[in-house]
Design a protein around this ligand. Sequence first.
Ligand SMILES: CC(C)(COP(=O)(O)OP(=O)(O)OC[C@H]1O[C@@H](n2cnc3c(N)ncnc32)[C@H](O)[C@@H]1OP(=O)(O)O)[C@@H](O)C(=O)NCCC(=O)NCCS
Length: 188
Amino acid sequence: MEIFPEHDLRTPRMRLRWLTEDDAPRLVALHGDPDVMRFLGDGRPVPPAEVLGRTLPVMLARHGHRNLLGYRAAEDAATGDFLGWFELVPAGRGRRGEVELGYRLFPSAWGRGYATEGSRALVRAAFTVCGAERVMGTTMAVNTASRRVMEKAGLRYVRTFFEEWPDPVEGAEQGDVEYALERDDWRA
Ligand SMILES: CC(C)(COP(=O)(O)OP(=O)(O)OC[C@H]1O[C@@H](n2cnc3c(N)ncnc32)[C@H](O)[C@@H]1OP(=O)(O)O)[C@@H](O)C(=O)NCCC(=O)NCCS
C-alpha cells in the first residue's frame, strides 16, 4: 500500500481516492442496485433523491482529511472504472481511537478479491497513519461475503446482537455480528 500526498491510497489493483460530489451519479447507481442493498437497511434500493439529498452529504461531512478518515471511491487502477466505496470512519460509540470499516461494491466487481484488498489497505492505514487503537465492523449475520472480508482483513468475531428493524429483511432474525481487531493484535 502506498499513500500519496493528496491522501490517495493505492493498492495493487485499486486507487482509493476521496469520494466527492462528482461521484453522485455513481453513488445513485450503486445504492440503487437491489443486489447491493440486499443486506443493508430495509433491503431495498435507495431512491436517487435520498442518495443525493441525504446519503452523499452525510458521507462527505464525515471526511477528516488530516486523520485520513472518511469515504473513499475505489477505482480500478488500470481502467479508472468506479468499483464502489470503502469507509474508515470514527465508530461513533465513544471509544477513543475506535474506527469502523465498511465497503460497498458493484456486483460486477464481486468475487475478485477487491473488498479484501481494500480492507487490508485500510486496516493498515488505520493503525499506521490514522492513530486507531481498534478497527471494527458490523454486518448482518447472514451476509457471508462481508463476514469473510472482515476475517480476511484480520478482524475477529466479537458478538452477535439484535436490533429492532421496522421492516426486517430476510435473515434479520439471525441478528447482526460485530468483528474487530485491536492494534496490539495487528501485525504489519
Ligand atoms: C461484501 C462485498 C463487499 C464483498 O466483496 P468482494 O470483492 O466480492 O469480496 P472478496 O472477493 O474480497 O471476497 C472475500 C471472501 O468472501 C467470499 N465471498 C464473496 N462473495 C460471497 C458470497 N456471496 N457468499 C459467500 N462467500 C462469498 C469470497 O469467496 C472470499 O472468501 P475466500 O477467499 O475464502 O474464498 C460485496 O459482496 C458487496 O459489496 N456486497 C454488497 C454491499 C454489502 O453487503 N456490504 C457489506 C455491508 S456490511
